[in-house]
Design a protein around this ligand. Structure first.
Ligand code: FES
Length: 386
C-alpha cells in the first residue's frame, strides 16, 4: 500500500505533537475555581423528570357515593413536573405488609401543577382504591411517580376536532383535557360524551356544567334513567352522528373494557384508521377463579433472592407487591415497559391483548410482570424500583 506524503499531513503531525503541551498550558492558565457539581441542564432535567416524588394528601372531597377526589402536594414544595393532559401518575403506599401502587389519571391541569397541586379522582373499587376512599386521611404521605402515558392529544397525529367518550370514573383524564382546552394550553376542539347510569352517578357534574358554560360541548348519556336534557341509552354510532362528524374527529375513549368493545364495534363500519381511536389502558385485573392454585415465585432483586407465593389468577407484580417487594411499575397494563424483568424459569401466560413487549424482549426472555400470570413455579430477575 502506498501513502502519499503531503505537506498538510506533516503539519497535522506537528499539531498533534503540540496537543498535550498546549492542553497543559491551557489548564495551568485556567481559573482555580472548581468545576460546578451540577449544571443547569441537569437541574432542569431533574425537575422535569423527578422519577418519584414524596407527596402528602392535602384534601379529600367526596364526589359520589362511590368516588372521591384527592388533592396532593409535594413535600419538597416544588411544582409538579409538566405533563400532558390525559396522562397518569402511579401512587404507592405501604398497607400492612404489602407495598401497593395503582396508576390514576390526573384530573387537574398542567397549569395547576405549577402551583404544587395535583388532583386525582378515584373510584372505590379494588384494594388500594378502596383503602384511599375509606381510610386515607389528610396529611398521609405517599410516593408518586412522575406523570406518564401516551393517552394525550398530539397535534401532528390527531385531528383538530376530538371526541372524548367517558364511562363512569373514566371521566377523569377528560377533565384535565377540557381544562387545558379552556385555559388555552391545548388548541383542539373537544366534544365530551359522558355515559353514566343515572343522575346520581355523574361525578364532577357541577365542574362540567361550568366548563360547558365556557364552551366545552358535553353530551350526557344515561343508561338507566330518562331525564330532560339528557340522552338515554348507550353511546351508539347513531347517537354520535347527531353531534359530530365521525370521520372528522379523533376519538379518545376512557372507561371499562366492555365500553371499548361496544364502541369499537359501533365504529367498525366507518373504517377509521388505528390512529383515529385512542383507548386509555386499564390495569390487568385478578382473574375470576373459584380455586386458584398457588405457585412459588423466586425473585432475584439486586443481590437478594426472595421466595413469594403467587396465585395463578393474579399477576406476578401483584404477588411481589403482596410480599412487600418494591418492584417497578407504572401503567400496570403492559404498555409502558417500566416493569420489564428477566424471565429465568417456569411457565406463564400473558393476558390477552396486553403483550406490549418488543420483539427483542420476547427473543431474549424478558417479560412484563404486570400482565403475566404464573402457570407453575417461576423464577424472575427484577430491577429495584428506587
Ligand atoms: S407497569 Fe407498564 S408495562 Fe408493566
Amino acid at each position: 500500500m502506498k501513502f502519499k506524503k503531503q505537506l498538510f499531513g506533516f503539519m497535522d503531525m506537528l499539531r498533534f505533537k503540540k496537543l498535550v503541551p498546549n492542553r497543559r498550558k491551557a489548564l495551568a492558565n485556567g481559573p482555580a475555581t472548581p468545576l460546578p457539581q451540577t449544571y443547569r441542564t441537569n437541574q432542569l432535567a431533574a425537575r422535569l423528570h423527578p422519577g418519584y416524588m414524596q407527596v402528602e394528601l392535602a384534601a379529600i372531597r367526596p364526589l359520589t357515593a362511590t368516588m372521591g377526589e384527592f388533592t396532593f402536594k409535594r413535600l419538597d414544595s416544588d411544582a409538579f413536573p409538566f405533563f400532558r393532559s390525559g396522562q397518569y401518575v402511579s401512587l404507592q403506599a405501604k398497607i400492612g405488609e404489602s407495598l401497593v401502587s395503582r396508576p390514576y389519571s390526573i384530573v387537574s391541569t398542567p397549569r395547576d401543577a405549577l402551583e404544587n397541586k395535583l388532583v386525582l379522582g378515584i373510584e372505590n373499587a379494588g384494594f388500594f382504591s378502596s383503602y384511599l376512599n375509606t381510610q386515607a386521611k389528610v396529611g398521609d404521605r405517599f410516593v408518586m411517580s412522575e406523570p406518564s402515558g401516551e393517552f394525550h392529544y398530539e397535534d401532528l397525529r390527531d385531528k383538530q376536532r376530538i371526541a372524548c367518550i367517558a364511562g363512569g370514573s373514566g371521566i377523569t383524564p377528560f377533565l384535565s383535557m377540557a381544562g387545558s382546552m379552556l385555559d388555552g394550553t391545548e388548541a383542539y376542539e373537544m366534544t365530551l360524551f359522558y355515559g353514566a347510569r343515572d343522575l346520581a352517578h355523574i361525578p364532577y357534574k357541577a365542574e362540567l356544567d361550568a366548563m360547558a358554560a365556557k364552551g366545552l360541548k358535553v353530551v350526557y348519556v344515561l343508561s338507566d334513567q330518562e331525564a330532560p336534557g339528557y340522552e338515554h341509552g348507550f353511546i351508539t354510532a347513531a347517537l354520535l352522528e347527531t353531534h359530530i362528524d365521525i370521520k372528522d374527529v379523533t376519538f379518545f375513549l376512557c372507561g371499562p373494557q366492555a365500553m371499548y368493545a361496544f364502541l369499537l364495534k359501533e365504529l367498525a363500519p366507518y373504517g377509521l384508521p388505528v390512529k383515529a381511536i385512542h383507548k386509555d389502558a386499564t390495569c390487568c385485573p385478578d382473574l375470576p377463579m373459584d380455586a386458584p392454585r398457588t405457585f412459588t415465585l423466586t425473585v432475584h432483586m439486586r443481590d437478594q433472592v426472595y421466595t413469594v407465593p403467587a396465585l395463578e389468577n393474579e399477576t406476578l407484580l401483584t404477588a411481589m407487591e403482596r410480599a412487600g417487594l418494591n418492584a417497578p411499575n407504572k401503567c400496570r397494563a403492559g404498555g409502558c415497559g417500566f416493569c420489564h424483568s428477566k424471565w429465568l424459569a417456569g411457565p406463564f401466560h400473558i393476558a390477552q391483548d396486553r403483550d406490549g413487549r418488543r420483539e427483542a424482549d420476547k427473543k431474549f426472555g424478558f417479560i412484563h410482570p404486570c400482565v403475566t400470570y404464573p402457570q407453575g413455579d417461576m423464577e424472575i430477575d427484577v430491577p429495584l424500583a428506587y
